[in-house]
Design a protein around this ligand. Structure first.
Ligand code: OAA
Ligand code: MG
Length: 627
């Protein structure tokens, strides 16, 4: 039950009272952003803060229950916000509390809903069935995406219930591949802001902008500058779909409370001519700021984030272009709790898949040869984590292990004669070899057992390339990781057909099972969605203050442990997404254990059973009762 005067909100209310806020009064209601009975405003602005805290006793209170300190200080209360009691009409329009036809008779009486709803009372399960059936009637993926956005804006708990209960069906809708198309058309489908937009116009005022977000206890931020959205390139401000989608997964897959999640898009312009000329484009109509101007804005942002949310807020960098992604990670990993999903999250998921691959093909990580197409964030990030894990397993120096890993970029194989002209993140991969101009030749000379595509360029694993892999490997390992589906280096069908059913295949975006010569092949999805929600949960529940490579290895190890013999028998190197919440709890526990071991935890004492603890912290979307 939650009520206006629930015990866990009393601390807040005392502080609020101290700051001159009155709330509630005679009538009942749900503390909320947006109600018709406002408390007396602290200041004159009528924007309202999410003031309720999920009481421990309620169903699925989420991480906040365990660690949801009400961080509001008196100073913070003197903000542009007031808070209010949502009841009646406004309650139905408040997505955080709305239950639609599921409001009970008692709630309808208590919260002034009589007459505002048709007489029937239905269960959340029935609502879910109805919505799934109407979603399935849309044949166009983008229509399903928009329907899900509408639901999230109407009834947040129902949105997450659908996503959690139907994860395999809905992941491709709210995430890759459909989110890619949604970003391309974001200007046309934009309805309401789902996160914060910080543009060059906000320079010097970023802290104020953060304060405009109506939640104080933010635990995870996913931020992009839209320059490299999936493999689709520069989508500018319209990249917002990505942080929104990633954070929906933080909640659905990792159990972070929705209100703890903040999507942010930094808009420094775009170099995408089509968008600059598009009358529906929603971003700054200018070319990208670079150099000092860019660095200053990002620095102001990172400082403001720490000032507003403290040092335990996790900042996930997402879909930045290579030239900024590596620098930002290096610059802020010593002072902030940051990680880059494209460099580190992808690396962690691929390493887990490779550990499972070894059970199918034999040998150790160090016994294999790896060839990458693409030497950007994902390519070099994965390569480095593989080399690091080899060192951990064998005690050999990392430089020696890097020599088993080769990368091809747009100019051919990365070799030492190219060293001078290489970007810094490619240099460790410049090995001694004759120049090789293209992927096919590189496959022929390097003879890798594992071929990994991280190029962002579709259809680059041609029939020749895949057949060559199959000519010297009994079970060629082919990972086509670029997203969305249109950018995948090859399809599942091509991989299985061209290798005559011998490939071990996984891709970044989902592919349907493939029938080949009477056998069904189920491709795995090597997507960082397996890792970041559990990693984030582990960091939050331990109160981590820094991300360390060993935590990524811990996440990877936990994911690999969740691959069963039954999965392997089907050729699957990842467990199915339908058990993702259990997987995330294990990842979180392993990550948290590492955080404690490294002395980087601030949540003390350490819970004894971290898996149980992680599970107990996870948000569940069942409706709560309002007294
Ligand atoms: O979003 C995804 O599906 C995976 C990812 O991070 C990317 O491709 O940039
Ligand atoms: Mg990404």
């Amino acid at each position: 039950m939650i009520s206006l005067f629930s015990s866990s909100s009393s601390k807040f209310l005392r502080r609020a009272a101290a700051a001159g806020v009155q709330c509630g009064g005679r009538r009942r209601g749900v503390l909320a952003r947006g109600g018709r009975e406002k408390g007396k405003a602290v200041m004159d602005n009528t924007r309202e803060v999410e003031a309720y805290m999920d009481p421990k006793a309620t169903v699925g209170g989420g991480v906040e229950d365990a660690y949801g300190e009400d961080r509001a200080t008196e100073e913070q209360l003197v903000t542009p916000w007031t808070f209010s009691v949502a009841s009646g009409y406004n309650l139905l329009r408040d997505p955080h509390h709305n239950k639609g036809l599921a409001f009970t008779e008692k709630e309808r009486d208590a919260h002034y809903l009589r007459g505002l709803l048709p007489p029937i009372v239905v269960s959340q399960e029935l609502q879910e069935r109805k919505l799934m059936s109407s979603l399935r009637q849309y044949k166009v993926p983008l229509q399903r995406y928009v329907a899900m956005v509408d639901l999230q804006e109407r009834n947040e708990r129902l949105f997450f219930k659908l996503l959690i209960d139907n994860v395999e069906e809905l992941l491709p809708v709210v995430y890759t591949p459909t989110v890619g198309e949604a970003c391309q058309k974001y200007g046309s489908i934009f309805r309401r802001p789902q996160g914060l937009y910080i543009s060059l116009k906000e320079k010097g005022k970023i802290l104020e902008v953060l304060k405009n977000w109506p939640v104080w206890s933010v635990q995870v931020i996913v931020v992009t500058d839209g320059e490299r959205i999936l493999g689709l390139g520069d989508l500018g401000c319209q990249g917002m779909g990505i942080p929104v989608g990633k954070l929906a997964l933080y909640t659905a897959l990792g159990g972070l409370r929705p209100s703890a999640c903040l999507p942010i898009t930094i808009d420094v312009g775009t170099n995408n001519e089509q968008l600059l000329n598009d009358e529906f484009y929603i971003g700054l109509r200018q070319r990208r700021a670079r150099g000092q101007e860019y660095d200053d804005l990002l620095h102001e942002f990172m400082c403001a984030v720490k000032q507003q949310y403290g040092e335990k807020v996790l900042v996930q960098f997402e879909d930045f272009a290579n030239h900024n992604a590596f620098d930002l990670l290096t610059r802020y990993s010593k002072t902030h709790l940051v990680f880059n999903d494209d460099i580190q999250g992808t690396a962690s998921v691929v390493l887990a898949g490779l550990v499972a691959v070894l059970k199918l093909v034999g040998g150790t990580l160090a016994d294999h040869r790896y060839l990458f197409l693409g030497a950007g964030e994902a390519g070099t990030g994965i390569a480095e984590l593989i080399a690091l894990e080899m060192s951990r397993q064998t005690g050999t120096p990392i430089e020696q292990n890097r020599e088993k890993i080769w990368l091809v970029d747009s100019k051919g194989l990365i070799v030492s004669s190219r060293l001078e002209s290489l970007q810094h993140f490619k240099k460790p991969w410049a090995h001694d070899h004759e120049p090789v101009n293209n992927l096919l030749d590189a496959v022929q000379v390097i003879k890798p057992s594992v071929l990994i595509g991280t190029s962002g360029a579709g259809k680059t694993f041609t029939q020749d390339v895949v057949e060559t892999m199959a000519s010297f490997n009994e079970k060629p390992v082919i990972l086509a990781l670029s997203n969305p589906t249109s950018q995948s280096e090859c399809t599942a069908e091509e991989a299985y057909t061209w290798t005559k059913g011998r490939a071990i295949f996984a891709s970044g975006s989902p592919f349907d099972p493939v029938e080949y010569e009477g056998k069904t092949f189920v491709p795995g999805q090597a997507n960082n969605a397996y890792i970041f929600p559990g990693l984030g949960l582990g960091l939050v529940i331990s109160g981590a203050i820094r991300v360390h490579d060993e935590m990524l290895l811990a996440a990877s190890e936990a994911l690999a442990q969740q691959v069963t013999q039954e999965n392997l028998d089907k050729g699957l190197i990842y467990p199915p997404f339908k058990s993702i919440r259990k997987i995330s709890a294990h990842i979180a526990a392993n990550v948290a254990a590492k955080v404690y071991e490294l002395g980087l935890a601030t949540r003390l004492p350490r819970p004894e059973n971290l898996v149980k603890y992680a599970e107990s912290c996870m948000y569940t979307p069942a409706y709560r009762c309002y007294r």
